[in-house]
Design a protein around this ligand. Structure first.
Ligand code: NAG
Ligand code: NAG
Ligand code: NAG
Ligand code: NAG
Length: 389
């Protein structure tokens, strides 16, 4: 055999040996939640304010059935509309984790977290059952779109299917103020955002040579319990159309990029004209933006502000006739259809474009990612985007 053939064979072996790992995501819709959906929306709104460093608003809902109104405590926050998650093991113990490009820490509940265990029914970490566990008991706290958590920094092995990351810095949560569909969070943003001071999980995967390329990708799906997939170590071109369009990360903390514009197709109503800051966040369900921009978009799709719940409702029967929303990124256009951006909850339909007082940038969440495949290129600090299959 000549050298070229040998090299070719070696390449094939690496490829087949599969340092590109496809990781199935599960999806659970909000339909099984008992809390009225609009209440969750208000909780979600406040939790998101905290995740991005804004003060929560005190909100009172005046319901027809209860003239005294309901004051929302911050204690029960559901994972809201749709969330994408999968099984990950910590110290050989399985946990259901949310994959969040909007944070940088990996945490699971500890045996001390009463809320996690008793109220939320989450799984918890059993220190005595792991031989690889270590902690210096340094405290940490994090605030998320789904609530806030406090605990101690530790380390242990983390397993993604057949992938095993050794000595991953993890947060062991003692105190949580909220419940969600998942046990813990697996942060996929950059080190400067880490509150446990740990090397982020994906950096560890690269350092420990577990992935083919320093890239991970998300292919989110709608409509079924199959949430799509997260691909570790590369991309899968059969999951998107055409080439990826790359946009550079402008600040490697969150996955921050410059968005060129947002437009309601055919309505000539363009916002973020001339470009604005945006963050790609798989851990946020909706698309969130500055108040006036979101007002303009929602007006253009005929959504009505519902003051009771502080959200924009849409006539459910109008969905097929609503316009497409266009996102300009890196000189290309990406689309989101009304079937994706209108959130349907029984007979209550509302816009997936949410405003946030004080917000000066956009948070591009799952409403966008369910129609557009995104490759997160960790080393080159860029994102590749293409319409998803
Ligand atoms: C969490 O629990 C551990 C074990 O009991 C304890 O050492 C630590 O101080 C607790 N930390 C916080 C922030 O409550
Ligand atoms: C890419 O995705 C397609 C379609 O789901 C799948 O059949 C194929 O096995 C995937 N390829 C790899 C290398 O994971
Ligand atoms: C993106 O970053 C790369 C590397 O820093 C640079 O070469 C390229 O010009 C940048 N692209 C744009 C459109 O700014
Ligand atoms: C908001 O929506 C709820 C649920 O459909 C409805 O009962 C309420 O009257 C609406 N409030 C406003 C101000 O439109």
């Amino acid at each position: 055999m000549n050298l070229r053939v040998i090299i070719l064979l070696l390449c094939l072996v690496v490829f087949v040996a599969g340092k590109v790992h496809r990781f199935r995501l599960q999806r659970r819709s909000h339909r099984h939640h008992k809390v009225p959906h609009a209440h969750m929306h208000l909780q979600f709104r406040n939790a998101l304010r905290r995740k991005y460093g804004y003060t929560p608003l005190r909100t009172t809902i005046n319901q027809a059935s209860d003239s005294k109104g309901v004051v929302l405590s911050e204690t029960l926050i559901n994972s809201y509309d749709t969330n994408f998650f999968g099984e990950v093991s910590t110290g050989e113990q399985p946990f259901t984790m949310q994959f969040d490009t909007g944070s940088s820490d990996f945490w699971v509940p500890s045996s001390h977290c009463q809320v996690c265990i008793k109220k939320c029914g989450n799984k918890f970490f059993k220190e005595s059952k792991s031989k690889t566990f270590h902690t210096d008991k340094v405290p940490f706290s994090i605030t998320y779109g789904s609530g806030s958590v406090k605990g101690i920094v530790a380390s242990d092995d983390v397993g993604f299917g057949d992938l095993k990351i050794q000595n991953q810095g993890i947060g062991l949560v003692n105190i949580s103020d909220s419940c969600s569909d998942f046990d813990g969070i697996c942060g996929l943003a950059f080190q400067p955002l880490s509150m446990t001071g740990s090397t982020p999980l994906f950096q560890q995967m690269i350092d420990q040579k577990l992935v083919e390329q320093p890239i991970f990708s998300f292919h989110l799906k709608s409509g079924s319990s199959d949430g799509g997939s997260m691909i570790l170590g590369g991309s899968n071109s059969s999951l998107y159309y055409g080439p990826l369009t790359y946009t550079n990360v402008t600040e490697a903390k969150y996955w921050t990029f410059k968005m060129d514009f947002v437009e309601v197709h055919g309505k000539g109503s363009r916002r973020c004209e001339g470009g604005c800051k945006a963050i790609m966040d798989t851990g946020t369900s909706l698309i969130v933006g500055p108040v006036l921009d979101v007002l303009s978009l929602n007006n253009a799709i005929g959504a009505q502000h519902n003051a009771t719940y502080d959200l924009y409702t849409v006539d459910c029967s109008s969905i097929p006739t609503l316009p497409i929303i266009v996102f300009g990124i890196a000189g290309k256009e990406f689309y989101v259809k009304p079937q994706t951006y209108v959130i349907v909850f029984q007979d209550f339909c509302y816009s997936g474009f949410m405003d946030m007082r004080g917000l000066t940038y956009w948070i591009i969440g799952d409403v966008f990612l369910r129609e557009n495949y995104v490759e997160f290129d960790w080393a080159r600090k860029r994102m590749g985007i293409a319409p998803a299959v």
